[in-house]
Design a protein around this ligand. Structure first.
Ligand SMILES: Nc1ncnc2c1ncn2[C@@H]1O[C@H](COP(=O)(O)OP(=O)(O)OP(=O)(O)O)[C@@H](O)[C@H]1O
Length: 302
């Protein structure tokens, strides 16, 4: 892997509809991302195949691009996954804030200005636009707009349309040369129009889920340097019963003072899980634990 250039993080600026660049410093790598090793390998292999696939893409007559859809609840590592991808490939990241893009034309302009070897990220895509195309949702969007106008508030929804975005994904890639990856993240897969996320546009769908025992043990090794502990079984059992994101588990495993050690952090995590379990029993919980494989679909791929 070539590591001789400095990666950039670029975000779009609304006033000028252009990019601003800062060094990309996010430290997350696949080595520190808690997920099923087999799934992790599958994603890394997929990225490597893409990076080395110039001739293959030319041979099949396809633009050299790949779309990844990362979906799951907040705090399950979607942004961390984007950083791990960028660090693995040594690509720049172009972070598009769709609500600050004024029109499809501006989106096209921004896109044309992206460079080769880049990951173009649109986070929380369901929050940025009315992307469902359904009449009910369009009506909801119009109602929201009317409500905002009545309350003297600015309509923050982007003027970029679903078809504008689809064109952006399909058409322009071919005109741009050089490899590009596009990533959408969402907490609400069900809100997205199937046309937007079909294979060929979003080629790989990756589900990021709640933490389960093996993911917790990985985090305990990373955060506390602990391979085994008597509380592992207790934590594992509690994670079967309640939903806790890897972000919350990681936070509980982070020492808060010089007196904190592995023991106290693990006891703190058990207390937090028991509290969540109690809340759930009292009807204050987040709902049922979804059906998961051993890794809690921390990165289950569909
Ligand atoms: N699977 C994971 N492995 C290691 N760390 C994780 C994992 N998931 C989350 N974290 C840590 O939790 C924090 C929050 O994660 P992140 O921002 O990636 O979640 P997210 O799914 O993008 O959330 P949101 O939907 O709210 O943007 C980060 O510090 C991240 O490093």
């Amino acid at each position: 892997m070539v590591k001789n250039r400095r990666r950039k993080l670029s975000t779009n600026i609304s006033v000028h509809q252009s990019w601003t660049h800062v060094p990309f410093e996010h430290p997350k790598t696949f080595a520190t991302l808690a997920m099923d090793p087999a799934k992790k390998k599958e994603i890394v292999d997929d990225l490597d195949a893409f990076r080395n696939g110039k001739d293959y893409y030319a041979q099949i007559g396809k633009a050299w691009k790949r779309g990844y859809l990362l979906h799951g609840p907040p705090g399950t590592g979607k942004s961390a996954m984007v950083a791990a991808m960028a660090n693995h490939l040594d690509y720049d990241v172009f972070d598009i804030e769709l609500t600050s893009v004024h029109s499809n034309t501006d989106l096209r302009k921004l896109f044309i200005e992206t460079t080769s070897k880049s990951i173009i990220v649109i986070e929380d895509i369901d929050c940025s636009l009315d992307l469902t195309g359904s009449r009910t949702k369009k009506k909801d969007a119009e109602d929201d707009k009317d409500k905002a106008a009545k309350n003297g508030k600015k309509d923050t929804r982007s003027k970029v349309t679903l078809s504008g975005l689809v064109n952006f994904i399909d058409g322009l890639w071919s005109a741009c040369g050089g490899e590009r990856i596009i990533v959408f993240t969402t907490n609400h897969l069900e809100k997205l129009d199937p046309a937007l996320i079909r294979r060929g546009r979003m080629d790989k769908h990756i589900e990021m889920g709640y933490c389960c025992a093996p993911a917790f043990e990985f985090l305990a090794r990373t955060y506390l340097g602990v391979e085994e502990h008597e509380l592992f079984a207790t934590v594992g059992a509690l994670l079967q019963e309640v939903d806790m994101t890897p972000a919350d588990v990681a936070e509980n495993l982070t020492p808060k003072s010089a007196d904190d050690d592995a023991d106290s952090c693990l006891r703190g995590l058990v207390a937090a899980l028991e509290k969540t379990k109690e809340d759930k029993a009292n009807g204050r919980g987040m709902g049922q634990h979804p059906e998961e494989d051993d890794w809690g679909a921390v990165a289950g791929q569909e």
